[in-house]
Design a protein around this ligand. Structure first.
Ligand code: ADP
Ligand code: MG
Length: 449
């Protein structure tokens, strides 16, 4: 694929769209200018097709815009397409075509041979937070003040070679991939280069998340596996002949295999939810029942640590639609953490009450809030938003010691958000944490009197 083809591809325009692009540039040029009518070889040709031509003080602008985008799109090596361009022009509506450039997610900038900005599209204005008026007619280096971009532009203009690069914007942290291509031109004021900017921020972020995830999973699986292998080797090395040692080692192997199994189950569940394989039911929820069920499930564990369990459920809870089994899982993950991360003889409280998200109508119930509060070790403020990430643990060693997979809260967040709700964690005073799940209450429209 040639450079020009690739750029067309990136612009989402196939070979047939080349003529459209030409006309877009025409429209673009016309928009740049005022609306005086003037003649140029190109405008005459357009007029012949019945297209009104609006050209500003500098008639070269129109032609320039058109030629720039056409030649950068199809390249001088494909002259037959230029004919197709002319043929297609009359069929295309100016406003429609202008919409292509203005609605493009890629930023586009046209420079003259001295590196001055001839044109920018709205996407580029947004990327760099500059306006077209500020940019046009000024040296690219003055407008954007980005050394790496300046270097790219001067290479392209001096060597007359296509180039690409990726730049990082400060302070937004956005990553832009730039494809710069030259346009053959002899005149100083003509368009010399077209730069297309793609925002790669989300893609790069996803790449990092994916890499981190693979590294994390491998690490998580390696820990129990290393331990299993170590104890098996010890048994083979002779410990098997010692009944006491072999019973102890086999017990550890069993525990580590259970943990391995737990990690895999959680991972599988998370991936099912993420890939949309889990369909959430939308049935009326019996929140009181969910709370009673989970408290009964967690009670033996809480008793072991001497925790006091309390629950406060508002009598007037409005109907909430959701998946009862999934909500039970949410509550049991939160309660499991509360029990684990609270030193002995703590207090764990579960509550449910109606709330309003509408500041103007505080009496209007828009959601039900469920909370799990403990008097445990708490979570430092900077870690609070991150505990919902996969494998994120404030204290890895402690979590492992307590048999945690680091996936419980990630599952909680997916389930809650999958049902249209929100989950977050706050500090409890004087110590501990408060996890809050807010589920929306469907609003029944009042029939007009
Ligand atoms: N109630 C809590 N009190 C203190 N820390 C908590 C609490 N709940 C969760 N955390 C922190 O958040 C981390 C992530 O929780 P989770 O996803 O359930 O993983 P796991 O419990 O398996 O470690 C825990 O490792 C712990 O550091
Ligand atoms: Mg947990």
């Amino acid at each position: 694929m040639s450079f020009a083809d690739r750029r067309l591809h990136m612009l989402g325009i196939g070979g047939a769209g080349v003529s459209a692009l030409a006309t877009v540039a025409y429209a673009w040029g016309a928009e740049v200018s005022g609306c005086d009518r003037a003649a140029s070889p190109y405008s005459e040709r357009l007029e012949r097709f019945g297209i009104p031509v609006a050209i500003g003080h500098d008639p070269g602008h129109l032609e320039q815009g058109m030629e720039v985008v056409v030649s950068s799109a199809i390249g001088p090596e494909e002259p037959e397409l230029l004919t197709a361009r002319d043929m297609a022009l009359p069929r295309l509506h100016r406003a429609q075509l202008l919409a292509v450039l203005t609605s493009m997610v890629e930023g586009v900038m046209v420079l003259d041979c001295r590196g001055r900005v001839l044109q920018v599209n709205p996407a580029l204005e947004r990327m760099f937070d500059v306006t077209r008026t500020e940019a046009r007619g000024h040296p690219c280096s003055d407008v954007f003040r980005h050394p790496q971009l300046d270097a790219l532009v001067s290479t392209v203009l001096s060597k007359r070679m296509n180039e690409e690069d990726e730049i990082l914007l400060h302070p937004s942290g956005r990553r832009l991939h730039i494809e710069a291509s030259v346009i053959e031109s002899d005149r100083e004021n003509d368009a010399c280069a077209v730069l297309v900017f793609h925002d790669m921020t989300d893609l790069r972020r996803l790449e990092i998340i994916r890499k981190d995830f693979v590294a994390n999973v491998s690490h998580e699986l390696r820990t129990p596996l290393t331990s299993i292998k170590g104890y098996i080797e010890a048994l083979l090395d002779g410990a098997k002949d010692d009944p006491e040692a072999s019973t102890q080692f086999l017990g550890i192997i069993l525990k580590q295999s259970d943990w391995l199994n737990l990690i895999l189950e959680d991972l599988l569940q998370l991936s099912k939810i993420e890939s949309g394989q889990v369909l959430f039911k939308r049935e009326p929820l019996h929140i009181r029942r969910v709370i009673e069920r989970t408290l009964a499930m967690i009670k033996p564990l809480a008793d072991k640590k001497g925790h006091r369990l309390a629950s406060f459920v508002d009598d007037e809870l409005p109907a909430v639609l959701g998946d009862e089994d999934r909500l039970t899982q949410v509550m049991s993950n939160l309660l499991d953490n509360a029990v684990k991360y609270t030193p002995e003889r703590g207090t764990i409280t579960v509550a449910a009450h109606p709330v309003s998200d509408d500041a103007e109508q505080p009496a209007l119930v828009t959601a039900v809030e469920l909370s799990v509060t403990d008097t445990g070790i708490g979570i430092p403020e900077q870690d609070r938003p991150r505990v919902f990430e996969r494998f994120y643990r404030v204290d890895k060693a402690r979590s492992r010691e307590l048999g945690g997979t680091g996936l419980g809260l990630a599952i909680v967040r997916h389930i809650v958000e999958g049902q249209g709700g929100r989950v977050w964690v706050e500090a409890n005073t004087p110590t501990g944490s408060r996890f809050v799940v807010r589920l929306p209450v469907p609003q029944i429209r009042q029939a007009a009197d």
